[in-house]
Design a protein around this ligand. Structure first.
Ligand SMILES: Cc1ncc(C[n+]2csc(CCOP(=O)(O)OP(=O)(O)O)c2C)c(N)n1
Ligand SMILES: [Mg+2]
Length: 300
């Protein structure tokens, strides 16, 4: 419905940085996602004259930073509420599209186009997402808590096979291992792919045991960057340019290094480690073709 309105009016369709559920991939209307960082949101919304809210609130930044705005909507932008969160936003959009006599064919429908497999054997977060977009099966459910490893590469899956994308709905971490588990219980015929930062996954890794016990079809990818990487970024952004050893070590997940293969196997989930792109692609492709809980530790 929003795509129909956009076809008539040229309106952009935008969702929150943390929108809990989006239908994405080939055949679906592309929804732009509001960036995470304050200055990026300001740039993203630059020139917007009217913000029409459908079940959303006006954007604010995730954190308040010294010297940076928390209210990124341009000054003078008119904010209109089409429907509140407790109202039926779909019905509201439907009624609006009809009232405008919008064309039946929506604008900005994604055309199937997956990235080629990465050429370099150097495994990094971008290569991981390229492989995922390449092999993601139709109807998959992606639960994303990849944090710094996921946010910059969101667009890679925009034109992948059609899938549902589930995201954190707020700032507390560790939510997506259980969300992926619940999704697999709810939709036993669909492949669930859980993208997890190594720090976030540590909060709720016991969900893996539930996945093994219920034989759920979940593939968990752990982005093992051995760090609470985003907190290094946030620390710099509040003005700490030269953090001491102690401060830095608090954001480390080294010493000892977490062994995700053993952690998963200890809870009955088959697991393997990938340190190269080729190895990750092999493991992920196999996991997409085979049912059952599986974990891949991607050392990025
Ligand atoms: C319950 C809770 N505790 C702590 C935090 C603070 N926090 C936000 S992100 C983060 C680390 C995320 O690390 P990881 O999942 O490894 O992703 P990375 O930053 O490395 O990409 C922490 C500890 C939080 N948001 N919620
Ligand atoms: Mg991490």
């Amino acid at each position: 419905m929003a795509g129909r309105i956009s076809a008539l009016t040229g309106a952009r369709i935008v969702c929150d940085t943390l929108a809990p559920r989006i239908q994405r991939g080939a055949g679906r209307v592309v929804v732009e996602r509001i960036p995470y960082l304050a200055e990026d949101i300001v740039q993203f919304l630059d020139g917007v004259e009217q913000l029409i809210l459908v079940g959303a609130k006006p954007p604010v930044t995730f954190f308040a930073y010294p010297g940076k705005t928390s209210w990124p909507t341009p000054e003078g932008c008119k904010i209109t509420v089409l429907s509140h969160a407790h109202e039926d936003g779909t019905a509201a959009l439907d009624a609006l599209a009809d009232a405008l006599n919008a064309p039946p064919t929506p604008a900005n429908v994604a055309v199937f186009n997956t990235p080629a497999l990465p050429k370099s054997d150097n495994l990094d977060a971008r290569a991981v997402m390229e492989v995922i977009a390449h092999y993601l099966p139709e109807g998959a459910i992606v639960a994303d808590e990849a944090i710094t490893s996921g946010l910059p590469y969101f667009r890679y899956t925009a034109t992948a096979a059609p899938h549902d994308y589930l995201n954190l709905s707020g700032g507390a971490i560790g939510g997506m291992v259980p969300v992926g588990t619940g999704a697999a219980v709810a939709c036993p015929d669909r492949k669930v792919v859980c993208l997890e930062g190594d720090g976030s996954a540590m909060y709720t890794l016991q969900s893996l045991w539930t996945q093994a016990r219920e034989r759920l079809d979940v593939t968990t990818v752990i982005y093992a960057n051995r760090s609470y990487a985003i907190l290094h970024i946030e620390l710099a952004r509040v003005g700490v340019d030269h953090p001491g050893l102690t401060a830095r070590s608090l954001f480390d997940l080294q010493n000892p290094t977490l062994d995700w293969v053993k952690l998963a196997e200890g809870m009955g989930v088959e697991a393997a480690r990938a340190e190269t792109t080729e190895r990750f692609a092999d493991l992920f492709a196999f996991a997409m073709k085979t049912r059952g809980p599986r974990l891949i530790e991607a050392v990025v």
